[in-house]
Ligand binder design. Structure first.
Ligand SMILES: [Zn+2]
Length: 304
């Protein structure tokens, strides 16, 4: 297990290692690599990409293909939703549902226009009845959750809510889910989970979904945060929402963290000079959609 862990903790696998992993015949020569290859094959992590490029040109450390990240995220999401359903924690009051569907639906219209591969995503939102939790996320494949604490504690305007969901959706569009899953896999804990679950395919799938869940608890890198700030602001502005709300949103989030840190901030660490960077982007954003025309509302499933 230590060998596996050390292999994974390389920031990037060398070409030689990638070459070995790509050749099944090499399994005979290295027990550790044989096991590793079997685990990855068993988990249907189809593409061992190694590194990829984000929409802003950043190099990404990726061990899992975007399609595989979507499949594993779906399993994790359905498990999460089932649990929320059992605990009677899904919000279905018509006003909240209409507001979330309207704002996320406009963001999704722009997401699909700008990232056509997301047209087939199963865009959906679970509104979680949890006033203590200030959090929101979007997994690979467009599966989202928002916690009522976000609204209750931050008193979000529609523009601010659009900014936060634009930011979350951008994490998914820019393949940050796969990055976080890759990092979860690259830890000893991740390898242990995969190893424990690799004896049969059903368990292996459960293990992979667990990785998707573990990934949700990992912080994004500051570079990924910066990227989601930029892409999210563009998305929300194109959808017809005020770009300056990004600034007030992060101020509110920061003020809240003085007494009790929001869950959100543990997974979204502040990039250097976030406020200054957001402010500097506003003049560019104002040129994108100066009349704030609202985008059409794409149908988004509100999980109930
Ligand atoms: Zn973020």
């Amino acid at each position: 297990m230590e060998v596996l862990a050390s292999l994974f903790t390389h920031e990037l696998l060398t070409n030689e290692e990638l070459g070995v992993l790509a050749q099944p015949n090499a399994q005979r020569h290295c027990t550790a690599l044989s096991k590793l290859t079997r685990l990855i094959t068993g988990l249907m992590l189809v593409t061992l990409v190694g590194c990829a490029t984000s929409p802003t040109g950043r190099t990404q450390f990726i061990l899992i293909s975007p399609d595989a990240a979507i499949i594993e995220s779906e399993t994790a999401y359905l498990d999460t939703v089932r649990q929320l359903e059992d605990d009677d924690k899904l919000v279905n009051d018509p006003l909240s549902v209409a507001r979330v569907a309207r704002i996320t639906g406009r963001l999704v219209s722009i997401a699909i226009a700008d990232y056509p591969e997301s047209a087939n995503w199963k865009w959906s939102v679970a509104i979680v009845d949890d006033a203590e939790t200030v959090n929101a996320w979007c997994m690979a494949g467009g599966r989202m959750a928002v916690y009522t604490g976000l609204f209750d504690q931050l008193e979000l305007t529609d523009d601010e809510f659009a900014q936060i969901m634009g930011h979350e959706i951008s994490h998914a569009l820019a393949n940050h889910t796969a990055e976080r899953m890759s990092r979860a896999m690259a830890t000893a804990a991740g390898v242990a989970v995969v190893g424990a679950a690799s004896d049969n395919s059903g368990a292996a799938m459960a293990g992979a979904a667990l990785i998707a869940n573990v990934a949700l608890t990992l912080p994004n890198s500051r570079d990924a945060e910066n990227e989601a700030d930029i892409l999210g602001m563009v998305l929300a502005t194109k959808a017809g929402y005020d770009p300056e709300a990004a600034v007030t949103l992060w101020q509110k989030m920061g003020d809240l963290s003085d007494d009790r840190p929001a869950e959100f901030l543990s997974t979204h660490p502040a990039p250097e000079n976030r406020q200054a960077a957001l402010n500097a982007m506003i003049p560019h954003m104002l040129k994108i959609n100066p009349s704030r025309d609202k985008a059409p509302i794409h149908p988004v499933t509100i999980v109930q």
